[in-house]
Design a protein around this ligand. Structure first.
Ligand code: ADQ
Length: 454
């Protein structure tokens, strides 16, 4: 079988035999470990010039990275990718900014990636690119005369055409995206939004089985919901040493734990969630002294202004809510600005009676799936899930909420904490079944097979 080449903005700093984070990194690494292959992307280093680094071997995987210059990092990463694309893809138009120079920087880095990879590509390599940083990458390869099969999986949502069109360079972006042979989405909603754009704005013809003819090429589209390793998560949650640590942590808390785990990002709906918890405390005084809400949210992209603002805002809200409700022997909200190793996090999931996952928009949201996988099937907790997370398409046995409806979320918290065990088991079982069917392996294997099948 021909070699698999994975391209993503960041290449995870992997060592042989080391456990890896969830999602993209785990899915991709499994594939590369089994069959060998090349993983290419940004090194994470900002240096004087954007230059490729010597390749490195880790087992059967070849890692190949480029450093970015300060200017490329600012225009591409902080600028167009995370200052323009990320907010718009998550329907947060008001938080997006746009500069043509940053868009040119984005294009320039996609070209740079293509030129660097071109030196390594063999004629029958199959190239799988990931996410919103690389929308123009296949087009850049095509300009260099590389006609290998190239696919893109978009981990974020893809918004309705009217929202996407608020990006002034939307037509250039879409035209470039059509340099890919296959584009994968998390949900049918995202896929349809993309195809709708092509039909209305680019005069595409729909062919069968998700394919469209546009800009003189055929582009295939498909839905590939990303999953988790269900059994691995449960095993991590049950590991005795970690379990003890989680139980010790629980001893500091009150009887019931509501848990949230996110990157600190405005798309995750943290402020609305804090306010919903405040409303819960105001409306259900019988729960005072019994419930703790723990929000784990390590800062991310902290050199971008919108991220600095949300961080300040949340610190203020957490202090205010605790100031309003705390007792000498009870602190209702614990806000932890750091990340935890998976072997601490998974047992903590298992300890929590309720997990609040309420993003304003999310491509999938793996925390929701990890929480369900970590539960004891005989005594499972309850997942409260935003209807705007991709995961809600599959996990409809969760308590689904609108993250803009604070009263609705407060009611869901009360319902979750008082749900009878039979109902909890039934809901959990339904979700586990879907998650086993749509596992991480299946996500990866289906995308790879479709890409190879051409
Ligand atoms: P993210 O926005 O990063 O990913 P998500 O899917 O929720 O979001 O989390 C990814 C991983 O990070 C999970 O495995 C989770 O355990 C871990 N994680 C999150 N917060 C953590 C913390 N505080 N400490 C330790 N680990 C933490 C993007 C898209 C998502 C999509 C994924 C995968 O935005 O919608 O689900 O890619 O496609």
């Amino acid at each position: 079988m021909s070699r698999l080449v994975v391209v993503s903005n960041r290449v995870a700093p992997i060592q042989e035999g080391e456990a890896t984070a969830g999602g993209l990194a785990a899915g991709v690494l499994d594939a590369l470990r089994q069959k060998g292959g090349l993983w290419f992307g940004w090194s994470g280093e900002v240096t004087d010039a954007s230059v490729p680094q010597p390749e490195r071997k880790v087992g059967p995987i070849t890692l190949f990275t480029v450093d970015l210059s300060r200017r490329d990092y600012d225009d591409f990463y902080r600028g167009f990718a995370n200052g323009t694309l990320w907010p718009v893809l998550h329907y947060q138009i008001g938080l997006g900014r746009f500069e043509w120079t940053e868009f040119e920087g984005y294009r320039r880095v996609n070209d740079l990636f293509a030129r660097a990879l071109a030196t390594m590509v063999e004629p029958d390599d199959v190239i799988w690119a990931h996410d919103y940083h690389l929308l123009c990458f296949a087009d850049s390869l095509r300009e260099l005369g590389i006609h290998n099969r190239v696919g893109l999986f978009i981990h974020t949502p893809f918004p309705a055409p009217g929202v996407f069109m608020t990006i002034p360079s939307h037509s250039e972006l879409i035209r470039s995206m059509c340099g890919y042979d296959l584009i994968g989405f998390q949900t049918e909603v995202d896929r349809t939004a993309f195809v709708d754009y092509l039909l209305r704005q680019a005069g595409a013809d729909v062919l069968d089985r998700g394919a469209v003819h546009v800009f003189g090429r055929t582009v295939r589209t498909g839905v590939y919901p990303i999953g988790v390793h269900v059994d691995e998560v449960r095993a991590q949650a049950e590991t005795p040493i970690n379990r003890r640590q989680a139980t010790r942590m629980r001893a500091f808390l009150m009887e019931r734990l509501i848990l949230s785990v996110d990157r600190l990002d405005y798309s995750k709906g943290l402020r609305q969630r804090f306010n919903a918890f405040e409303r819960f405390l105001a409306e259900y005084p019988a729960q005072h002294g019994l419930v703790t809400f723990m929000q784990i949210a390590p800062p991310s992209r902290s050199d971008i202004e919108t991220y600095q603002r949300i961080r300040l805002e949340l610190e203020g809200e957490a202090g205010r809510i605790n100031g309003r409700f705390a007792e000498v022997d009870w602190v209702p909200l614990r806000y932890l600005n750091r990340s935890f190793a998976r072997n601490v996090l998974m047992p903590l999931y298992a300890e929590a009676q309720t997990c609040l996952v309420t993003p304003l928009r999310d491509g999938m949201n793996l925390v929701a799936k990890e929480y369900v996988a970590a539960q004891d099937p005989d005594e499972p907790g309850v997942l409260i899930l935003s209807e705007f997370a991709g995961a809600a398409r599959e996990l409809d046995a969760a308590l689904l909420v609108n993250p803009y409806d604070e009263a609705g979320m407060a009611r869901a918290m009360d319902r979750a904490l008082s749900m009878p065990v039979e109902e909890r088991r039934e809901r959990h079982q339904a979700m586990i079944q879907v998650m086993r069917a749509n596992s991480l392996e299946r996500w990866r294997d289906r995308f790879e097979a479709d890409l190879r099948a051409g």
